[in-house]
Design a protein around this ligand. Structure first.
Ligand code: GLA
Length: 732
């Protein structure tokens, strides 16, 4: 039992193992938010919300003559618009009479076993007995607009999910201009905001800043969750560290344009509202219809490490699906940085022959294999093989690759089209394009209108034929431009504001169909690297190419930044050639292996260009990845140091959930002469046990390793790396 209703106090309380969430149906029927934070064991938190006269000029009062009752200062579960709460609104609507006010009063609630679903949208799921659902129904008493608030409580996982449904039980249409997924008021405390900004080749960089009065906006308007901001924010107490302090995360399981607005109000209260971006959003809600928002995953942990681990567990077990969810992922060799567009059968087979001798399990034929694709000017949309490059077709090639002992995977970019393609010549109106304007080009390509059923049907047929006719075990699903020209030739003018969300729903429905029909294919997401790295995509594709930047030293920051919200098993990470193609930097092969191994591991280079010694190192890396796979993907992840550029040593660690094994990883970014000693304090060990360090044979107690730390030997040269295995040998 994790959801409680105290009728006498009108309190609804959600309890997880270490957190509590509380709301109250107040005397006026509003659903007030009282508390979210560390567990308070069912205490009634309303005592903290002392109301006094705030009915001076700045704050209207909601009950007509009670000056102590102002919506502008009360916590809300779904903030209203136009009726006296001037903070960030959750709802924006044009009512049938043209007015814009909207506020909701409690009607009823229901508690049920299991986790709710959201039609057509990704949502955390229950593996059996893990979750309970609370549905609170509310209504605007004047307009009749209905609202259902959904709460999924994963008690043992310490996660609460939220989503909203707006429904029209009347007989005239409403136009929604904003429908947030969550409104979370944090009435007390000093909070910092951590958001994850970035750019192509440097995604998901944590940026922490104290909240001040006013509104901070974290958003993407690119039609995708974007390289530039991730749909994940953390509110943490000002003194919170990796190990201590209240940290609340809000992660939107959505892959389109989004907005998180975080406001500190006149009284120092903080409100976070998150959901689909309202900038271009406008949705007609006809009589009898419902609109479901995407889901927000809320977690609250003591310290940032704990918060990250809560998300890692949730995403691995309750978001990712399919055959590969918990299976070791195949070690792959991807052709992109080895060949770019310059492909032919001989070249590919020589890569594969070499790779087979190294222990690589799957070969991925990246961009360049299909009709018309000489470079990035042509071909997108025509998903048939390029016979000039591959005269024996994919079938002939795959047979030879399979005979060499490797599985085969392929790259596609289904949502895009080049003007120079048969598809575009036949269906120019299938691409997004604003009337009367030349279409905005990016990487010489246009965006297909995924809101259209005919576009999706074409793609389903083209891709399912490709997958059915060929022994394909892996698909890299790419998307290489930000979207623009949001106009669909099929939607009527008043519904153009629905396009962004309809695009995402269309994408999800195509992915749902393909992943159901081809369960043996491992899908990896990609968007010019990590431009669509979000929990929504992970529901369909259990791993995502983390970044087009394969430089091991830059990857330290990218993978560390990603780790705040996402588990390492979801991060595609490859060892590539040196000098690195993005930065020109040369790093040791060992270091590249150490960094890529903390991910869904693979290679992206021409193995024929390696020395015998390097090939031996790769064989060793692959064997080690297999040996440590469960510890890396199933263990608890700890950031032992900040990955920021100015730090000389970047370290991170995995610990088995029982604390008996650990793997410490360290990379020296700035080698120094006469350098101070580096002590790395391990985490997640059993303090009373002894541990043997496999690499140097020393035996050290868990307490010493966690309080004093492990002292690294002197590491010289350019970017050296080290991995150390700790194993419990004896209990004290
Ligand atoms: C994107 C991907 C790369 C590669 C290229 C191919 O940039 O992120 O890994 O697949 O497209 O064009």
């Amino acid at each position: 039992m994790s959801i409680y209703f105290d009728e006498s106090k009108a309190l609804l309380t959600l309890e997880t193992a270490a957190s509590s969430y509380q709301m109250k149906i107040d005397r006026a029927g509003y659903l007030e938010h009282l508390y979210y934070g560390p567990r308070i064991d069912g205490a009634d938190m309303s005592y903290m919300h002392r109301q006094y006269d705030r009915g001076f000029s700045g704050n209207p009062y909601a009950e007509r003559y009670d000056r102590t009752f102002s919506l502008d200062t009360l916590g809300q579960e779904y903030s209203s618009f136009g009726v006296g709460d001037y903070r960030v609104n959750s709802i924006g609507v044009i009512n049938p009479d043209g007015s814009r006010c909207a506020e909701f009063h409690y009607v009823s609630h229901e508690i049920r076993a299991g986790k709710y679903n959201l039609p057509g949208l990704p949502a955390a799921y229950d593996n059996g007995g893990e979750a309970e659902t609370l549905v609170v129904t509310l209504r605007d008493a004047v307009t009749g607009l209905g609202l259902r608030l959904y709460y999924g409580v994963f008690e043992a996982l310490d996660v609460i999910t939220r989503a909203a449904e707006l429904f029209n039980a009347g007989d005239s249409a409403f136009v929604l201009e904003k429908a947030a997924s969550v409104c979370l008021d944090l009435p007390f405390g000093n909070w910092d905001l951590i958001n994850f900004h970035g750019r192509h080749c440097m995604e998901r960089q944590p940026e922490r800043s104290p909240l001040n009065h006013g509104v901070r906006v974290v958003r993407s308007e690119r039609g995708m969750s974007s390289h530039h901001q991730n749909p994940f924010v953390i509110l943490c107490e000002r003194d919170a560290t990796e190990d201590h302090g209240v940290c609340c995360g809000l992660m939107l399981a959505y892959s389109g344009s989004f907005k998180a607005e975080i406001e500190m109000d006149q009284c120092g209260s903080v409100r976070a509202v998150m959901g689909i971006s309202d900038t271009q959003f406008r949705w007609t809600l006809a009589p009898g219809e419902s609109f479901f928002t995407p889901e927000v995953l809320l977690a609250c942990g003591d310290g940032l490490a704990r918060l990250s681990q809560l998300y890692h567990r949730l995403i691995r077990h309750n978001i990712c699906r399919g055959e590969y969810k918990l299976r070791p992922r195949p070690v792959l060799l991807n052709s992109w940085e080895a060949c770019y567009f310059d492909l032919n059968e001989d070249k590919i087979l020589s890569l594969v022959r070499e790779a087979a001798g190294l222990g690589v399990e799957l070969f991925v034929l990246d961009d360049g294999w299909f009709q018309g694709r000489k470079d990035d000017n042509a071909g997108l949309g025509d998903w048939v093989v390029n016979r000039e490059k591959l005269p024996n077709g994919l079938g002939g090639l795959i047979e030879k690759i399979n005979a060499l002992g490797l599985d085969f995977g392929i790259w596609v970019e289904p949502e895009m089209v080049n003007e120079d393609s048969d598809l575009f010549r036949a269906h120019p109106d299938w691409a997004l394009r604003a009337p009367g304007r030349p279409p905005m080009m990016a990487r010489n390509q246009l965006v297909l209108d995924m809101s259209r059923a005919d576009v999706r049907e074409y793609l389903y047929n083209a891709l399912s034929t490709l997958f059915r006719e060929n022994n394909i075990r892996y698909v890299k699903w790419d998307l290489n431009r930000s979207m623009s020209d949001f106009f669909s030739a099929q939607l009527e003018p008043s519904r153009q504001g629905e396009l962004g969300h309809r695009y995402v729903l269309g994408l999800y429905s195509l992915l749902a169909r393909l992943t159901t029909d081809f369960p043996h294919i491992l899908f990896e997401g990609c968007a010019g690297g990590g431009g669509r790295f979000d929990a929504g995509m992970l529901y369909y594709e259990p791993q995502i190419w983390c970044s087009d930047d394969t430089d091991a030293i830059e990857r330290l920051e990218i993978q560390s930044g990603s780790s705040y919200g996402y588990p390492v098993c979801t991060m595609g990470a490859h060892v590539s050639a040196v000098p690195n193609h993005q930065t020109g930097r040369t790093t040791p092969l060992r270091t590249r292996g150490v960094v890529a191994m903390s991910g869904a591991f693979g290679y992206e280079l021409d193995p024929a260009k390696l020395t015998e010694e390097e090939k031996q190192e790769i064989r060793r890396q692959i064997a080690q990845y297999h040996a440590d796979g469960e510890l890396i993907h199933g263990g608890l992840y700890y950031r032992l140091s900040d990955a920021a550029k100015d730090r000389p040593c970047v370290a991170w660690q995995f610990a088995s959930p029982d604390g008996k094994k650990a793997l410490l990883n360290a990379v020296m970014r700035h080698p120094q002469a006469n350098a101070p000693l580096v002590h790395l304090r391990l985490k997640g060990l059993n303090p009373e046990s002894l541990y043997r360090v496999a690499e140097d044979g020393s035996v050290i107690s868990g307490a010493a390793l966690m309080r004093g730390g492990y002292t690294l030997p002197q590491l010289l040269g350019d970017y050296p790396a080290m991995q150390l295995h700790f194993e419990q040998v004896e209990e004290a």
